[in-house]
Design a protein around this ligand. Structure first.
Ligand code: FE2
Ligand code: FE2
Length: 241
């Protein structure tokens, strides 16, 4: 890429998520793609695809050895993709935030390091700054404003996936296929159950996101159900036809 007018600006277009590489000269660019959203805005902007899902998952696998943690990030990714689709947002960008948000936990397993010390690695790998910032926003201690739908979504989707997983695992089927929000509701008041998941925080996060907490639990179950085999939450049931 030999363009002199390189302006690395994050662009989230309808064709996926791209790093804006330049705005004027583009003859040296071999692989280029026009963001149709920018084109609709009348700008002649060519974009370079910065990170696809496969690369993001490879990054997760490089840094995370605990399968439970990988499954946690896959769950949050599924929930983020579900909501991006529901709200007509950029599914790939939302998915990446979910998939990468805890990638550095094993190398920075305390709040002294996570997720802030993981951010330089993400930047180095080409994750655009707006996505890095949204990943950072999931950490309360960093105090970043949760002032966009995407930031509210990552906050609302993070912890609830852990509770849903815990409830699925204590049911006879050990499956997401027959799990309903009502089963999670029954365990909600039992503070000793999945004690690490803070009910008040989950309720608050759903409210901030603008979704009724039980509707939210139902949505996240639906999202996770789509990847039940990867989450090892098929249990003893058959996948729905
Ligand atoms: Fe985290
Ligand atoms: Fe998380």
């Amino acid at each position: 890429m030999g363009c002199v007018d390189r302006k690395a600006v994050a662009c989230v277009g309808r064709t996926g998520t791209y790093k804006l590489v330049f705005t004027t000269e583009h003859t040296e660019l071999t692989e280029k793609k026009l963001c149709d959203l920018c084109a609709l805005r009348g700008k002649n902007i060519f974009l370079e695809n910065f990170m696809n899902r496969e690369e993001a998952l490879a990054l997760v696998r490089e840094y995370v050895k605990n399968e439970g943690l990988v499954r946690h990030m896959l769950s949050v990714e599924a929930a983020m993709r579900f909501y991006a689709e529901k709200y007509g947002e950029d599914v790939e960008a939302w998915g990446l935030i979910g998939l990468l948000h805890d990638f550095d936990w094993e190398i920075h397993p305390t709040l002294e390091g996570h997720p802030q010390n993981g951010a330089p690695i993400l930047r180095e790998r080409g994750v655009p700054e707006d996505i890095v910032q949204d990943i950072l926003s999931h950490a309360d201690h960093l105090g970043l404003p949760r002032d966009t739908l995407r930031r509210k979504a990552i906050c609302a989707c993070d912890e609830v996936t852990g509770l849903i997983t815990a409830v699925a695992l204590v049911r006879p089927s050990r499956s997401l296929y027959d799990l309903e929000a009502s089963s999670v509701k029954k365990k909600w008041k039992d503070k000793a159950f999945a004690a690490g998941t803070n009910r008040e925080e989950m309720e608050h996060a759903a409210k901030e996101f603008g979704v009724d907490v039980w509707e939210h639990v139902g949505n996240v179950i639906l999202a996770m159900r789509k990847i039940a085999p990867e989450l090892e939450l098929v249990g003893n049931l058959q996948p729905p036809a």
